[in-house]
Every structure is written in structure tokens, then in C-alpha cells.
Design a protein around this ligand. Structure first.
Ligand code: PLP
Length: 429
């Protein structure tokens, strides 16, 4: 494949944009090659500026669950844009969006729209601290909650990929209010709750962790977090920016039947435009200004283009939709498992619904951050390039998951499984 134009544009971009990208993982650093620049995308396919077309398994890191440039989404955006793109005043679309979210996610009675997942999680912990009048938060190593200062401590993929577990610029005083527990390890949580008796505002968790590669919660984990939150009088925040509307209509909380106090949302909720949201009970959410004392605002929050794109997507997510997506996801998973067996590759596949990670490892299971960081990064980089050369666009990091869209067709799936087999064979010779 010819990448001439992308390589040239990356050089130009590096002159004027730090690292040439507006989000670090896009620089392809952990796969030892130059990033492809995208010119367009439609359905399951994405095309770079050299004219190479790939089947897309990144889905813009989750949002594009219907595939790219879906006709109905484009129509909604165009119709809304013709009436103006932002007013900084209330619109009916925002109420419709809130009603839609509340109808899909039982733990949410009121919801506030913001512009990114990062904003949602930052605001959610401010609200939790204001509501409980406590200061500490507990997060899990390898979980990513956006780039807010409080979360850039053992923060998963973006930071892991670059080998920067913590970021300079986060003050010691901020960092000390974030306590780190181990994923799938309730004892590590209870120890922190006991040590910081009655001073923990919230436990924040990715209910299915997708930012250290995909790591599933074990049977007791989420229920246990609910019980510990109640016992020690702190709030439970599910960061469903990635899992919300993806694993089920109500995300992981529906899938595992555990209800959090606050849910953060992002990615799919904007239908490909920049949106985030956080919601919970009326009592907690009414602590926000202008009703309550906790301040949070946004010039472009609830933007009409973003609301109409997001609503159009959410309106398509019925039970039928998830059944169809599961059939796609299952057949990809099965094909990969068969390839691993036939090529005798040492690997683990973690999957929940339409999220999947292939770990190259000798281990039998990947259950937490310690397990995840042991995977073979060099092998992954080679695998990534072998797949790219065959027209398959994967997340360019060993610590991310593939996101399947409903636009994947049988021939896309067959092509992926065949490319995966060829890549694994080559890696073993
Ligand atoms: C992507 C992500 C975020 C951050 O969302 P942005 O829109 O990138 O700011 C937060 N939490 C989780 C679980 C995510 O996957």
C-alpha cells in the first residue's frame, strides 16, 4: 500500500500541531509507523488521502455504532444546520434528548449535557464532592476517565501507550485526592474506604474497562462496589462514556444489573459530534446550578447539531439493533478464536458485545492492569501493520478495543477473519 501523501501531511502537521495530532493515540507511535490521514468514510469503510480504503474497526473510538455518514444522521444534521448552528439558549431538542436518555437508562432521572466525555467525568466528581461534602475519589488502575487532572493517575491506554503513567502538570495536591484501587479487587477498595474513613466522595469505575484493552468485571465486582458504596456512604459513578448505548440500551448497568448513583456518557451519544452527559437521581442532579450550589456550565452545551445527530442515533437503538450487532460481534470473535487455534498463537481475546481486544500473551486470562501491561507490544505493532496492509483499520495501540458497527457486512467480516488468519500465520514464522 502507498502511504506517500499521509507521510507528507504528517510531516507538515508536526510543524504546527504538537506531535501532528489533536489526540496522542492518533500519532501511531505504538505501532511504529506513520498515521494515515483520512479523507472520507461511509458505512463500514474509511478512506485515506492516498486513496486506500479500509474496513474500519475503530469507529472513531466508539461513536460510529451505525457506521459512518449514516443517511438519517446526515439528514438530521443538515436540516438542523439550516436553522442555525448555535444559539446559547434553550431548545426543544435538549428536552427531547434528556427524555430519550432517561427512557433508556433507568438510573437517570435528570441529565446535564456537556461537550465531551472528559467534561462529563470532571463534572460528575465535582457534583459527587459537592453533594457528599467529601473530597477523596477512588479510581481503578488502568481505567481512563478522560484527561481531567484528578484522573491522570494510572490512567490506561493513552498514557500507557506513551509510557507516561502520570502526567507532569498535575499537582501533588490534586493527585493526593485520587486513591487508586485494583480492578476486579474489592478488597483493595474496602481497604481504601477504611483507611480514609468517611472521607471518600465517590468510587468511579469503567463498569467494563475498555482503556487497558478490554477487561471484563468478574461476577462479584460491580455488585460488590454497589454494596461498598452503600456501606461506606459514598456515591458510585459508572463511567459509561464507552459502554453506554453500546453493550445494551442502558449500557453496562443494564447488562450487569447494577445501578450507579451517577452515570457519565459520551461517544455514541453525539452520533459523531462532540457530546458528553452525566445524569443520576433528581436529588443528586438538583445539586447543580442554577438549582443548587455546584457550578458547571458550557457555551456550546446542548448544541442543536450535536443533539439532532445524537438523537437520531439513539432512536435507532432498539433490542433488534443489539441482537443484530451481537450476531456480527460473535461471528468475528469466533473467527478469531478459530484462527488462534489453527495458527497456535498465544493470545487471549476479551469481548463483551461489540467491544473486543486481542492480547498477545502467554497468560490464560487478562483481568486487570497488571495482566494487560504484560502483553507483547512488539507483536501487536507487527500485527497492526500486517492488518493495515490488508485493508483492515484497527486501533493503533495494544491497549484499546475494536468497536464493531452495525454497518459491517458479511463480506467485511469474512475479509477481516481471513486477514487475521494471514497476519497470525506470518507472525508465527
Ligand atoms: C473516551 C472516554 C472518556 C473521555 O471522553 P472524551 O470525549 O475523549 O473526552 C472518558 N471515559 C471513558 C471510559 C472513555 O472511554
Amino acid at each position: 500500500m502507498d502511504f506517500t501523501k499521509s507521510i507528507k501531511e504528517f510531516k507538515l502537521a508536526q510543524e504546527v500541531i504538537p506531535g501532528g495530532v489533536n489526540s496522542p493515540v492518533r500519532a501511531f507511535k505504538s505501532v511504529n509507523c506513520s498515521p494515515i490521514f483520512i479523507s472520507k468514510a461511509k458505512g463500514s469503510k474509511i478512506t485515506d488521502i492516498d486513496g486506500n480504503t479500509y474496513i474500519d474497526f475503530v469507529s472513531s473510538w466508539g461513536p460510529m455504532i451505525l457506521g459512518h455518514a449514516h443517511d438519517d444522521v446526515l439528514k438530521a444534521i443538515n436540516e438542523t444546520a439550516a436553522r442555525g448552528t448555535s444559539y446559547g439558549a434553550p431548545t426543544i431538542l435538549e428536552t427531547q434528548m434528556a427524555e430519550k436518555i432517561i427512557s433508556m437508562i433507568p438510573s437517570i432521572e435528570k441529565v446535564r449535557m456537556v461537550n465531551s466525555g472528559t467534561e462529563a467525568t470532571m463534572s460528575a466528581i465535582r457534583l459527587a464532592r459537592g453533594y457528599t461534602n467529601k473530597e477523596y475519589i477512588i479510581k481503578f488502575s488502568g481505567n481512563y476517565h478522560g484527561h481531567g487532572d484528578s484522573f491522570l493517575i494510572k490512567a490506561g491506554s493513552g498514557a500507557m501507550t506513551l509510557g507516561l503513567p502520570d502526567s507532569p502538570g498535575v499537582t501533588k495536591n490534586t493527585a493526593k485526592d485520587t486513591l487508586i484501587a485494583n480492578y476486579n479487587d474489592l478488597k483493595s477498595v474496602e481497604r481504601l474506604l477504611i483507611d480514609h474513613n468517611n472521607k471518600v466522595a465517590a468510587i468511579i469505575v469503567e463498569p467494563v474497562a475498555g482503556n487497558m484493552g478490554l477487561v471484563l468485571p468478574n461476577n462479584e465486582f460491580l455488585k460488590g462496589l454497589r454494596e461498598l458504596s452503600d456501606k461506606y456512604n459514598c456515591l458510585l459513578i459508572f463511567d459509561e462514556v464507552m459502554t453506554g448505548f453500546r453493550l445494551a440500551r442502558a449500557g453496562a448497568q443494564e447488562y450487569y444489573n447494577v445501578l450507579p448513583d451517577i452515570t457519565t456518557l459520551g461517544k455514541i451519544i453525539g452520533g459523531g459530534l462532540p457530546v458528553g452527559a452525566y445524569g443520576g437521581s433528581k436529588e443528586i442532579m438538583d445539586f447543580l446550578a442554577p438549582n443548587g450550589p455546584v457550578y458547571q456550565a458550557g457555551t456550546l452545551s446542548g448544541n442543536p447539531l450535536a443533539m439532532s445527530a445524537g438523537l437520531t442515533v439513539l432512536n435507532k437503538l432498539d433490542n433488534n439493533f443489539y441482537e443484530k450487532l451481537e450476531i456480527i460481534s460473535k461471528s468475528i470473535h469466533q473467527g478469531m478464536l478459530d484462527n488462534i487455534t489453527s495458527t497456535k498463537t498465544k493470545a487471549v481475546i476479551n469481548r463483551n458485545g461489540s467491544m473486543l481486544t486481542l492480547f498477545f500473551t502467554d497468560k490464560k486470562e487478562i483481568n486487570n492492569y497488571e495482566d494487560a501491561i504484560c502483553c507483547d507490544k512488539e507483536k501487536f505493532a507487527n500485527y497492526f501493520q500486517l492488518m493495515l496492509d490488508q485493508g483492515i483499520y484497527l486501533p493503533p495501540s495494544p491497549y484499546e478495543c475494536l468497536f464493531f458497527s452495525s454497518a459491517l457486512e458479511k463480506e467485511d467480516i469474512d475479509k477481516f477473519i481471513n486477514a487475521n488468519k494471514i497476519a497470525l500465520e506470518k507472525l508465527n514464522t
